[in-house]
Design a protein around this ligand. Structure first.
Ligand SMILES: C[S@@+](CC[C@H](N)C(=O)[O-])C[C@H]1O[C@@H](n2cnc3c(N)ncnc32)[C@H](O)[C@@H]1O
Length: 274
């Protein structure tokens, strides 16, 4: 399903751009703890407008992002060119259920619930398998998602306003309903945009996967290429793997390790920064 929000990259980028340094510091700590080699090349499935494609090169990492929205990709590519970081970052077309790379990356990142746009077990397992194969054995895939709530969702959701260059975007994102039978989360995004005095309103449903921790673990294990190693809170504190994890804990970071020990890794590759 295509979403109007992802046809409006400038407004998305204003609404969802914040200081990424705390997250980048956290990822640096994860590399030290979990990756047995120097992390140099990063893959970002569903990269959107390229918030991370612009941020990682400032710390010396090369990054490839892919996304299925041509509008998001065009915006990301233009920003990369403006920043003069084309040697270190690229935004390319790709679908999470089919994008294929071979051992080209040291780390992969899937941010703010983007993985949830894969709805079926089959698509999710395939995505995990392919992403595991895209990583060097020992590399990690960091997935940022929220699980199903224990209580009834609050349809009011969260509201925040961001401003840039005369444009103000007020976003409200709420979960209207969680359907445990179909494993779908029915969410509503509302954006009130003031673009130099012109008002634009976007109201759009987003249906995403409803995650249950044990099922998520099982889907990871069934990929055959990734293994759950650790879970971290929004504040970057480690949560024991045997905890009861629910949506009330917010968007958590799941650290998945590439466990494919094969001799099939290509020696040459096309990732940027090479
Ligand atoms: C919430 S945005 C997140 C973008 C980016 N990860 C970030 O942190 O800003 C979700 C992105 O997922 C992309 N997307 C959704 N389903 C996808 C799929 N099946 N394959 C590739 N990209 C997808 C959308 O086009 C959109 O850019």
């Amino acid at each position: 399903m295509s979403h109007e929000l992802y046809n409006l990259p400038l407004y998305y980028d204003i609404a969802f751009t914040w200081d990424l340094n705390p997250e980048l510091d956290f990822f640096d700590r994860l590399y030290e703890s979990y990756v047995p080699f120097d992390v140099q090349r990063i893959l970002e499935p569903a990269c959107g407008t390229g918030r991370f494609l612009r941020a990682f090169p400032t710390r010396g990492y090369a990054i490839t992002g892919y996304d299925r929205s041509p509008e998001m990709l065009a915006f990301a590519s233009a920003r990369i060119a403006e920043a003069g970081i084309g040697e270190m970052a690229e935004a390319v077309p790709g679908e999470m259920a089919s994008a294929k790379y071979d051992c080209e990356f040291d780390m992969a990142l899937n941010s703010i619930n983007s993985l949830g746009y894969l709805l079926t077990d089959e698509e999710i397992i395939l995505h995990f398998k392919l992403t595991g194969e895209a990583l060097r054995p020992g590399g990690i895939y960091v997935v940022h998602i929220a699980c199903a709530l224990d209580c009834e969702p609050d349809p009011e959701g969260d509201t925040w306003t961001m401003k840039r260059d005369g444009i103000s975007v007020t976003t409200t994102w709420g979960v209207e309903r969680e359907d445990r039978e179909t494993r779908l989360s029915h969410q509503l995004c509302r954006m009130e945009i003031d673009d130099h005095g012109r008002s634009v309103t976007l109201v759009e449903p987003h249906v995403t996967r409803l995650w249950f921790y044990e099922e998520f673990r099982d889907l990871v294990a069934r990929s055959g290429t990734l293994e759950l190693k650790a879970v971290y809170s929004e504040k970057f504190d480690e949560i024991p793997l045997d905890s009861q994890i629910t949506g009330e804990m917010g968007n958590l970071y799941y650290v998945l390790k590439a466990v494919r020990y094969s001799d099939e890794c290509r020696s040459e590759n096309s990732a940027p920064g090479r």
